[in-house]
Design a protein around this ligand. Structure first.
Ligand SMILES: [Zn+2]
Length: 378
């Protein structure tokens, strides 16, 4: 059974890589598993886009767990692990995450093709003014925060900036959860809660290692935020992500985490907020055809908003002036928005340039696949 389940897993992963899927979902239903692929952000039933016609046995979950070095016996607690697999379409790093549900263990496998290169700052899809701003700030140092939803390409942007500084000969230290891709030129630390190595602890230790550039995966608590701000003030280029709905919300979120406004104003040099917009298939206008393997999309492209240091100061002053700290973030922001126009705050606006740039260049970012579907070239 293991061999058979092994063959099925190999087949599913190979198909997923060929389809440029970013994730594969294995959902327990009745006595088998339902398989879905996430392609260009859209979740698609496997049988709609592939030749995987057979019923997928539940033993496949066990096989995935073995591959990712997870405990087979443990079925009541979520686990995650990873494995590198070779497929006819190239090697892929697979992150396997399990979750117990009332119908059995549900598994999501996130796929990161090994041969995919990180983008350069120039190929992120930033419009020239934005590109200039990012480059200027990255060369200078201080804190740069990237925000946006899950899968919006934040890591891609961070890694592009890291690469630029690394190529200039600077020392790069990252604290990640987990390390998505090992890069020879960087010192990479993986967060491990079991030994107390949190983002905050890792960052504190990193500061003693005298790096030029520090990247911490995410700021999600006050401790990490405080040290990150300190790192920025010390002149390191301090890169991280933070959860927020806009560039202004990033500033408000840090204030709410308890960061001193004047320290924040000196440390935070640039906020980037990004999202990915789907790029429709030109052949079928989104209805689905052979060229887009029925998905209707051929990729996604990034759209950015930037808030410069002067804009950060304006947001802080607006919040202070209104004495609205005690309000919720949402009401604080809407009051502030109502008072003055966004453009006053050094927001460079949203880049939505279209046309002229090949979809493959401009399209997909992050672990989410590629700009052009494999069927398109055939
Ligand atoms: Zn199409």
């Amino acid at each position: 059974m293991v061999t058979m389940a092994g063959e099925v897993v190999d087949e599913i992963v190979a198909v997923a890589v060929w389809l440029r899927a970013s994730d594969v979902h294995f959902d327990p239903v009745a006595d088998h598993l339902a398989i879905r692929f996430r392609i260009h952000g859209k979740l698609i039933d496997a049988d709609a886009v592939s030749h995987l016609t057979r019923t997928i046995p539940r033993q496949v979950v066990g096989r995935l767990k073995v591959l990712a070095k997870l405990s087979l016996a443990e079925q009541r607690r979520p686990q995650d692990g990873q494995v590198r697999l070779e497929t006819p379409h190239g090697a892929v790093d697979v992150r396997v995450a399990t979750m117990p549900t009332v119908r059995g263990e549900r598994v999501v496998a996130r796929l990161l093709p090994v041969d995919t290169q990180w983008r350069t700052v120039a190929s992120l899809g930033l419009e020239p003014a934005h590109l200039h701003e990012v480059r200027k700030t990255a060369a200078k140092g201080g804190m740069i925060l990237v925000s946006g939803r899950v899968g919006a390409g934040k890591s891609t942007t961070l890694h592009a900036i890291l690469a630029e500084r690394s190529q200039a000969g600077d020392s790069v230290l990252t604290i990640e959860d987990p390390v998505e891709r090992k890069i020879d030129a960087y010192s990479q630390v993986e967060v491990d809660d079991r030994v107390g190595l949190t983002f905050a602890q890792g960052l504190r230790t990193a500061l003693r290692q005298d790096p030029d550039v520090i990247m911490v995966g995410e700021i999600r608590d006050e401790a990490t935020a405080q040290i990150a701000v300190r790192a920025g003030l010390l002149g390191h280029l301090m890169l991280s992500t933070i959860h927020a709905d806009s560039v202004e919300q990033v500033v408000l979120r840090l204030l709410e985490l308890g960061i001193d406004a004047s320290l924040l104003a000196s440390a935070l040099q640039l906020v980037i907020w990004q999202t990915l917009l789907p790029v429709m298939c030109e052949q079928c206008r989104g209805y689905g055809c052979g060229a887009c393997i029925g998905v209707g999309l051929v990729g996604r492209r990034a759209v950015f908003s930037l808030l410069r240091a002067d804009g950060v100061v304006d947001v802080i002053e607006a919040v202070r002036g209104k004495k609205i700290r005690s309000y919720s973030l949402r009401s604080a922001q809407s009051q502030w928005r109502g008072e003055r126009r966004l453009s006053v705050y050094g927001v460079l606006g949203t880049s939505e340039q279209d046309g002229g740039i090949a979809v493959a260049e401009q399209g997909e970012m992050d672990r989410t696949g590629y700009g052009v579907s494999p069927g398109r070239s055939e």
